[in-house]
Write a protein of this length. Structure first.
Length: 78
């Protein structure tokens, strides 16, 4: 999909330098930036990412630490 956007001159120049430095096209740079922005603002995706990290961490935790963390979270005022 082609689209036209306006960006401040300084940001455009930064993106151009990044594209040159990383040997990527301008389209790749803007697409990657937009993809990251959308992912950061998609709360369901953020929740899934946090859940993945927590699942990895809990598989490494010892039972005492897990139990203590669960008690702390259960008793915390949210």
């Amino acid at each position: 999909m082609k689209t036209a956007i306006s960006v401040p001159d300084g940001l455009y120049e930064q993106a151009e330098r990044l594209a040159q430095r990383t040997s990527r096209s301008r389209s790749e740079i803007y697409s990657a930036a937009l993809r990251e922005y959308v992912a950061r603002h998609d709360f369901e995706e953020v929740t899934r990412a946090v859940d993945r990290v927590l699942a990895r961490m809990s598989s490494m935790a010892d039972p005492f630490s897990t139990d203590a963390a669960n008690r702390t979270l259960r008793d915390a005022v949210w």
